[in-house]
Design a protein around this ligand. Structure first.
Ligand code: AMP
Length: 191
């Protein structure tokens, strides 16, 4: 199996690149942001719990997020590998993910971080907000909060996987194809 974590700030292109990686390598894409939006769209109890955090650009508490992620992985056992997008975002989530992979006799192959400067991120998200239907993409204060949360709470995840010699940085500025080529090269090094 090859199990990837696509990492990087909001608006760094993780979702776009994940879709292309799915086409090329046949992996299962798991985006916790997409899972939350599905739950909110259906007004489920989980969606209701997540909504107030997402609207502020805060992290949804680990106990909610981890249970949802575990269910999704366990519901899809027969896949050639996973692409985790937007997860893990805390050290606790990273530890659970490693345990979950271990239970399946596999492990995280690599974490790839897309690096994009703040100004470009804000512009990309505001542009996406015109069509994404996401309230958290429309308000510059919420976007800034998401960036701050990424820097303060999520970047330790990079160090966690770097200590396992699994983390790599990729220049996330350029055309979609250029960035995809950079990612593919790194993925194939780990296959
Ligand atoms: P995303 O689509 O990945 O930008 O996620 C949108 C929002 O969902 C984030 O701003 C968080 O509020 C929430 N979220 C997504 N993934 C996670 C996670 N792994 N841990 C906590 N909150 C998350």
């Amino acid at each position: 199996m090859v199990n990837l974590i696509l990492f990087g700030p909001p608006g760094s292109g993780k979702g776009t690149q994940a879709k292309k990686l799915v086409e090329k390598y046949g992996l299962l894409h798991i985006s916790t942001g997409d899972l939350f939006r599905y739950e909110m769209g259906n007004d489920t109890p989980l969606g209701k719990k997540a909504k107030s955090f997402i609207e502020k650009g805060e992290l949804v508490p680990d106990e909610v997020t981890i249970g949802m992620l575990r269910n999704k992985v366990e519901a899809n056992p027969e896949v050639p590998g996973y692409i985790f997008d937007g997860f893990p975002r805390t050290i606790a989530q990273s530890q659970v993910l490693d345990e979950l992979m271990n239970e399946k006799n596999t492990s995280i192959s690599t974490l790839l971080m897309l690096e994009v400067p703040d100004v470009e991120i804000i512009n990309r998200i505001l542009e996406r907000g015109k069509t994404s239907g996401r309230a958290d993409d429309l308000d510059e204060n919420i976007i800034q909060n998401r960036i701050d949360v990424y820097k303060n709470e999520t970047t330790p995840v990079f160090d966690y996987y770097e200590a396992q010699q699994k983390a790599d940085k990729i220049d996330g500025v350029g055309s979609i194809e250029e960035i995809f080529d950079r990612l593919s090269t790194k993925v194939e090094e780990r296959m």
